[in-house]
Design a protein around this ligand. Structure first.
Ligand code: AR6
Ligand code: MG
Length: 298
């Protein structure tokens, strides 16, 4: 098992979560049908979460690290407007595509506060998988990947938290050692303890053992698609259902809110641990997901 294979598993988990989650915005799609083993009819188109994650993956596959200028350019040139991007991201990616410096575009967003959207967290799990077992590098590379679009500290903290979680579950997979839910959240809290995002993750730890309904009510489900109202619940769900990819995704669907993105984050972390098949990403779900773009394969 190489680090690039872990990264690929993470991308598969992320993109299947994104594409299946997005199906639940189609009227008539039923979670009880999914639980009964009858998923929605394929194909399941992926959204912006996957498009951006594929660019992140391609950086790691081809160069082994995040170069901010190259990543910003890749995001901007591969951006397909109908993939459901956040409003701030639409503006920023167009500006960068038209020649603006990403540093200025990201800093100017939202009246100079920078975006605190969950978009930096939604695409980052493959970075943690690639740096499995190396918390420091996972955190630094996550920060670099976030900054090219999201200048607000909450968005950067959210991305770091998700990448550290993926690096930690990747470490457990490689070593074969067990990983309790509280251990995983403690490892994240060692790195991200500040801001609303850090406070939310601490609250998530105190809610281990609660129901999906209670955890998502207390932590947020991304209905406001911000890092601090998305990442704490996703870490709760990934920690709680680390050994069961389908159950982890179903928890995101049951929680409602920004389902494609919560399922992308959770899927990217959990699949780093489970891989494909067995209790991992079901092969039938992989087949149902729209094929990844060519730049995100290989
Ligand atoms: N102040 C107020 N609202 C904000 C701020 C801020 N500083 N930053 C973000 N928002 P955006 P993303 C709100 O547009 O992070 C897609 O559906 C604002 O309402 O920067 O890439 C994906 O699938 C803004 O539109 O894009 C994800 O679900 C929103 O947060 C999500 O969007 C998202 O921030 C990712 O969005
Ligand atoms: Mg999306």
């Amino acid at each position: 098992m190489t680090h690039l294979q872990l990264c690929r598993d993470s991308l598969d988990g992320l993109s299947v979560g994104d594409a299946l989650g997005a199906q639940f915005f189609v009227p008539g799609t039923s979670v009880s049908e999914l639980v009964a083993g009858r998923p929605p009819a394929s194909p399941w188109p992926w959204t912006d979460d996957t498009e951006m994650a594929c660019s992140v993956f391609a950086e790691l596959r081809d160069f082994g690290k995040i170069d901010q200028d190259r990543l910003a350019s890749a995001f901007a040139h591969r951006y397909e407007p109908y993939r459901g991007y956040g409003a701030g991201s639409v503006v920023l990616l167009r500006q960068v595509r038209d020649g603006a410096a990403w540093q200025q575009a990201a800093a100017a967003a939202f009246d100079g506060k920078g975006s605190m959207g969950n978009g930096a967290a939604m695409r980052v799990a493959p970075i943690g998988a690639f740096h499995a077992g190396d918390t420091r590098t996972a955190a630094l590379e996550a920060m670099r990947s976030a900054e090219v679009t999201h200048a607000h500290p909450e968005a950067v903290l959210g991305a770091i938290a998700v990448a550290v979680a993926a690096a930690e579950v990747g470490r457990a997979r490689l070593s074969g050692a067990g990983l309790e839910p509280a251990q995983l959240l403690d490892a994240v809290l060692d790195v991200v303890a500040t801001g609303q995002t850090g406070a939310g993750i601490a609250r998530a730890r105190s809610l281990l053992g609660a129901s999906v309904a209670e955890a998502s009510y207390e932590l947020g489900n991304g209905a406001r698609p911000l890092a601090q109202t998305t990442v704490p619940f996703t870490l709760w769900a990934a920690a709680t259902y680390l050994h069961d990819y389908p159950r982890a995704i179903i928890a995101c669907i049951e929680a409602g809110g920004d389902v494609d993105t919560t399922a992308a984050i959770v899927g990217g972390i959990v699949a780093t641990f489970t891989g494909i098949g067995d209790h991992g990403v079901p092969r039938a779900w992989l087949t149902a997901r729209e094929p990844l773009p060519a730049f995100g394969t290989g």
